[in-house]
Design a protein around this ligand. Sequence first.
Ligand code: ATP
Length: 311
Amino acid sequence: MKEVMLTVEGLEKSFKDKQALKGISFEVRKGEIMAILGPNGAGKSTTIRNIMGIMYPDSGSITFHNYDGKEIPRNKIGYLPEERGLYKNVKVMDILLYLADLKDYPLDKAKERILMYLEKFDLVGKDKVSMEELSKGMGQKVQFIGSVLHEPELLILDEPFSGLDPVSQELFKEEIRSLAKNGTAILLSSHQMNLVEEMCDRLFMIQNGQKVIYGSLDEVKTKYANFKCTIHGKNQLSVLENIPQVQRVEQKEDTSILYLEQTVDPTNWLKQLPNNLAIQELKINRISLHEIFIDIATNNNLIAEVGEVHA
Ligand SMILES: Nc1ncnc2c1ncn2[C@@H]1O[C@H](COP(=O)(O)OP(=O)(O)OP(=O)(O)O)[C@@H](O)[C@H]1O
């Protein structure tokens, strides 16, 4: 197993009468992309802010290598906060060198890396431009550069893809993957489940300040992502609902989605379909992370049925 870089253990945090975190525990390992997911207000940013030392937990511990809490060398960590925006009337190169300096990173090396990244992110020549002259997406790229410039061992990205066009999204994805490949531990919060599904090795899902899922993407999919069968063809709802091992059916015009029980073996299940079904097209696949997320965030059906995954 990969070396553990960050350990969060039993984190509790309250704001006045609101308990935002109720015993959050997880690890982030060298070279992995770990997603922290959850509905709005679940506690993701609060968790991240505690790791970054922007606030301190009421109880629980945060360990980076062998350092605890306030001892953690934050210059070994990179952070792209949810709130975007750097000083407006400062030139791109100056603000990035300032950030590198804050992290005690050698400035000549930083300058080289800034120019390399500006080229990579399609911002050649923008080093001399002031921040206020950049578009929102360009500003976000510069802020991303600021978070990786000093070659952090742990990179925390709070909603890195929000507001990016598809091309810029690809650039970020590629860069994040390549950083992980080179050993950076990455903790990433995102609401874009398709991207999480594409990129992440493991995930931690939080709701109301509590863990609901923690495990590798494969484990989570095997455990939570039951099969569904999509049929294009005109069929009566009652007929579909009466097929064995069908939990529920969603119908839109001539397309029906049959959500199947966890124990279904697709080959055997297909063999016993009624022979008078109208089928123009049929496919079987596992439900997506997006659907798992919605299920958990809205009614907890899946969790109640199958329990938890542990990493
Ligand atoms: N500084 C604060 N003072 C009071 N309450 C706060 C503060 N920061 C967060 N909270 C509360 O803590 C809970 C968790 O908020 P947090 O920002 O961590 O959620 P989140 O998962 O990051 O949500 P989102 O997806 O909307 O960004 C919310 O109920 C929020 O109202």
